[in-house]
Design a protein around this ligand. Structure first.
Ligand SMILES: C[S@@+](CC[C@H](N)C(=O)[O-])C[C@H]1O[C@@H](n2cnc3c(N)ncnc32)[C@H](O)[C@@H]1O
Length: 917
């Protein structure tokens, strides 16, 4: 029986304790309980204490009188975030990664053993024999060549001190006298190099799992092995966010450390298998084993990736994992080899006005990939109108994604019922009553009356299909939109399929036609699913956030639905976007869950945070992006920043490593950040009451940004003019019309940098930067009888905010473009005109090309723009996606965009070279 020995294993978890405790903990890799060295201290396995980085609650919330909390927590929290940012760390450039975060994380996961090994005499179930190496040592020359760091100097200090849980601080490798290929524990258990093994953990905890990659005797005579660790799912960033029944699944890592020989427990069998999104096929391929392994887990960017054949790093140990992809078994066949002109079909969920997929397709096309948004879904009618207006090539559906998923499943059944597909991926029933080729024409008779004399309506044709309750009859199900013979359009109705049993001919016609034109995607039709499922349950302004069970909050349900769609359609690639709160709320539970679901579905994943400003916008806007790729594809990388922007906001320490940035010390010349002036100074002056939807530009572009953003639809892609530039109009250059009171207030705000309500008469700014009334001045009233300076401005964020009625200035950037345009609690006034920024100005800050038009009432247009993924970010990600599709990526998580991206003239040549090489 295996003896109960302990090994001090590297902080095996991706979890990071609060910084204040870190240093102490790191010194000995001790758990919080064992941070004080003690002879009896047990080695740490995983600390899974909750480590919530407190959200800054919206301090402003309770003190605002007339102001509704903004919908976008990002913006609303800026004030407190900025304070934290500047107080706790110097403002950093977003261009470079916070290196200490990376170092700390790797360090915490790889630091070598520093606790004393458990005395063998303390273990009752061993036979008393000392662990020992067997056989001849590896010849010295070979050992020196394979492990040169172990033979640097005979004089080097030994790190390990027996009978003490403290060690000398020394980051060098333990120096070796000789290396071996075999060891014996308990007089009977023989271990070979490259064996997988169980390693003793704390009492009551499951064993650690490692591959033995070195056996060596240190120069003080102590015997060691080097472990390269496997992670169980719960020990990764995913933690326990998903309930996995796959206890046997482990993930190989690049994390190694040295441990005393007597902590080895037993040899185990770990099967290397091919990952496969067809879970059934994968499970069937697992031989008898203790565990199986199909992916690597890498800490940077929380990456789960299929190991390339033989080696990722060139390290000897990595070569032992070889996950050859059995493409024949993959639901997702690689399209690496496809011709560049093959269409790559995108489904945009929660599409809003379509910015995310628009940017993706622009970027993909710049890299020579024919990426097309074929389908898009959004519950907002105006957003759908906007999509249709700008994307005639897209089948836009105005419904909830929940209903859309049900519809897709019904559609597959219908297609199977009419033998359009061989079988259904769902095990649900087909529509039996449709199987007979129908033509129950006798039933679809000519008679206008049935036997009882009731009028019988005759179906002329079927116009549409939906799942849900279109008649609001409390009966959800599959419905068809019917045009009735002899009746007008206004008499069209939605009828449940159950009532159309005798209309199989019409249904068949509709389904066959829909199948032919890919009205709806079937599993396997979609190459890329993108979208940002709204998770309003994590918003800082939701007082009833369910911290204990974030997935139980209906407001977060769409994250589940999004993953369910992925699970059903099995696209080749997934791109999910969300707010950074995803990683803040409830210890990042939802972010972990998103990764977990994808890994559970056997997708490769990585998660990164990108700031829009880094890609050439005068707006910071940090967002989380999760890539997923089925095992036969290359996992897309993240584009490194091109512009230098200042780091803002608070990211939980554990996830700082996910910020996409150059490592500190990396010499890179980033382009300068852009300012408001770069983006909007060419737009014509308009008033508060401007109502025109389009108008001439009146001036030529003044900056590179303006020149590029004004390009036409075709020019943006192909460098050819689609409309004479001088004839082009500017669209949506209209502001939210302020009411008379607010307009009067705005007219009184001086046109200078930093101006806001504090510049109005009667307001004093105290030395502590809070406002108070100037009691020597009579309060000024507007003609309406309302005060010039409203109470809510004075009390916003306890009187410390300078945002109400704030003017932007030309040399400034905007934290985050949001969905509202009210000036009450955000800086949104034009520098020199008495109005808020127009829809077009906001669209420019989000990088929308000027040809992209918004739809609906003015407030809805602001919502479309404020909700959007910044186009330059999506475009850069689309470029990354295309590189992955074309197999042009390396195994790094990040890559550098071509110089001057997205300036197509310079890109087209480098792209074709890249892609043809
Ligand atoms: C953040 S916006 C998406 C923006 C979009 N990705 C873009 O780049 O333009 C979220 C969208 O989800 C939509 N939405 C919210 N709940 C939905 C649901 N259950 N089904 C479909 N759409 C939904 C909203 O109408 C909104 O347009």
């Amino acid at each position: 029986m295996a003896s109960k020995r302990n090994a001090s294993v590297a902080n095996y978890s991706a979890k990071k304790p609060r910084r204040s405790k870190d240093e102490a903990l790191q010194n000995g890799l001790l758990s919080e309980e064992t941070a004080t060295p003690s002879k009896t201290s047990r080695p740490q396995r995983i600390r899974r204490t909750k480590n919530v980085v407190e959200d800054e609650s919206p301090a402003s919330d309770s003190s605002v009188e007339e102001i509704q909390p903004p919908e976008d927590a990002d913006e609303s929290q800026n004030e407190s975030k900025e304070k934290i940012s500047t107080a706790s760390k110097s403002l950093r450039s977003q261009g470079t990664r916070m290196k200490e975060a990376v170092d700390e994380k790797i360090f915490a996961s790889s630091k070598k053993l520093k606790n004393s090994p458990q005395k063998r005499t303390e273990n009752l179930d061993n036979d008393g024999s000392e662990p020992r190496f067997l056989g001849e040592p590896i010849p010295e020359a070979e050992a020196r060549q394979r492990w040169p760091e172990r033979y640097q100097s005979k004089k080097s200090k030994i790190v390990y001190k027996s009978n003490s849980s403290t060690t000398d601080e020394d980051d060098g490798a333990i120096q070796a006298r000789r290396h071996y290929t075999q060891a014996e524990i308990d007089g009977c258990n023989v271990f070979n190099l490259e064996d997988d093994a169980h390693v003793q953990a704390e009492e009551g905890k499951p064993c650690y799992i490692c591959k033995i990659v070195e056996f060596f005797e240190a120069i003080d005579g102590e015997t060691y092995y080097t472990a390269q660790w496997y992670y169980r799912l719960v020990d990764t960033v995913i933690q326990d966010s998903i309930t996995s029944i796959e206890d046997r699944r482990v993930f190989f890592s690049e994390i190694k450390n040295d441990n005393p020989l007597d902590s080895l427990v037993e040899k185990i069998q770990i099967a290397r298998i091919s990952p496969n999104v067809d879970v059934g096929t994968k499970m069937a391929s697992i031989p008898k084993c203790d565990y199986y392994c199909d992916m690597l887990y890498l800490l940077p960017y929380s990456t789960f990736v299929v190991a390339p054949e033989n080696t990722r790093t060139g390290s000897e140990s990595c070569s032992t994992i070889s996950c050859q992809i059995d493409e024949s078994n993959c639901a997702c066949e690689s399209f690496t080899m496809q011709s560049p002109k093959t269409e790559v079909a995108v489904l945009d969920l929660y599409a809003g006005c379509g910015a995310m997929s628009t940017g993706l397709c622009l970027g993909g096309n710049m890299a020579g990939l024919n990426m097309v948004t074929k389908w898009a879904v959004d519950i907002n009618k105006y957003a759908c109108d906007c999509l249709e207006l700008n994307h005639p090539e897209t089948k836009v559906r105005n419904e909830s994604v929940d209903d859309y998923l049900c519809l897709l499943k019904e559609w597959e059944k219908l297609c199977a019922s009419f033998s359009l597909i061989s079988n259904s991926s769902t095990n649900e029933q087909y529509y039996d009553f449709l199987e007979d080729d129908g033509d129950n024409e006798a039933n679809e008779g000519d008679s206008d009356d049935d036997e009882e004399g009731d009028e019988v309506f005759e179906v002329d044709c079927i116009l549409g299909i939906c799942y849900g309750d279109p008649n609001e009859s409390q009966q959800s199900g599959l419905y068809f939109k019917i045009h009735w013979k002899g009746y007008g359009e206004s008499e069209d109705t939605w009828e449940p399929i159950s009532g159309l049993g005798n209309c199989s001919k019409h249904i068949k016609e509709f389904v066959v036609n829909g199948f032919k034109h890919k009205l709806l995607p079937l599993p396997g039709d979609v190459d890329v699913v993108c979208g940002g499922p709204p998770c309003q349950g994590i918003s800082g302004f939701n007082r009833f956030r369910n911290k204990m069970n974030p997935l139980g909050d209906p407001k977060n349900k769409q994250l589940l639905v999004y993953m369910d769609v992925v699970e059903y359609l099995k696209p080749r690639f997934v791109l999910m976007e969300n707010v950074v709160d995803l990683l803040k709320f409830s210890d990042g539970f939802l972010g972990r869950y998103a990764l977990g679901r994808l890994v559970q579905m056997n997708y490769q994943v990585r998660m990164g945070m990108l700031a829009a400003g880094s890609f050439g916008l005068p707006q910071f806007r940090m967002r989380v992006f999760v890539w997923g790729a089925c095992p036969s594809e290359s996992l897309p990388q993240y584009p490194l920043p091109m512009h230098d922007v200042v780091y803002r906001g608070v990211i939980p320490h554990e996830f700082e490593i996910n910020t996409v940035a150059y490592d500190e010390g990396h010499k890179v010349q980033l382009e300068k950040k852009l300012f408001l002036e770069d983006a909007i100074s060419d737009l014509p002056a308009v008033n508060n009451d401007e109502e025109r939807d389009q108008m001439p530009y009146r001036s030529v572009p003044k900056t590179d940004f303006q020149h590029f953003i004004r390009l036409g639809r075709k020019e943006t892609l192909f460098s050819c003019s689609d409309m004479e530039a001088s004839k082009r109009m500017v669209y949506d250059h209209r502001p939210l019309k302020l009411n008379d009171d607010d307009y009067a207030r705005v007219c009184r705000i001086p046109k200078k940098k930093g101006a806001n309500f504090r510049d109005l008469p009667g307001v004093i700014v105290r030395p502590d930067n809070k406002v108070e009334w100037d009691t020597t001045v009579e309060r000024e009233m507007l003609p309406s009888g309302k005060p010039l300076v409203p109470d809510y401005a004075m009390t916003f964020v306890g009187g410390s905010s300078s945002k109400p009625f704030g003017r932007l200035w030309w040399d400034e950037t905007v934290p985050t473009v949001v969905t509202r345009a009210q000036p009450h609690n955000q800086v949104i006034l034009h520098p020199q005109q008495d109005r808020v920024l127009t829809v077009r100005e906001n669209a420019r800050l989000q990088g929308f090309p000027d040809y992209y038009r918004l739809s609906g009432p003015i407030k809805e247009r602001y919502i479309q723009v404020g909700n959007a993924v910044a186009i330059p970010v999506a475009r850069a990600l689309g470029y990354a996606l295309a590189l992955a599709c074309r197999g042009s990526t390396d195994d790094k998580p990040v890559f550098t965009l071509p110089a001057k991206f997205p300036n197509i003239d310079s890109i087209s040549s480098s792209t074709s070279e890249d892609l043809n090489s």
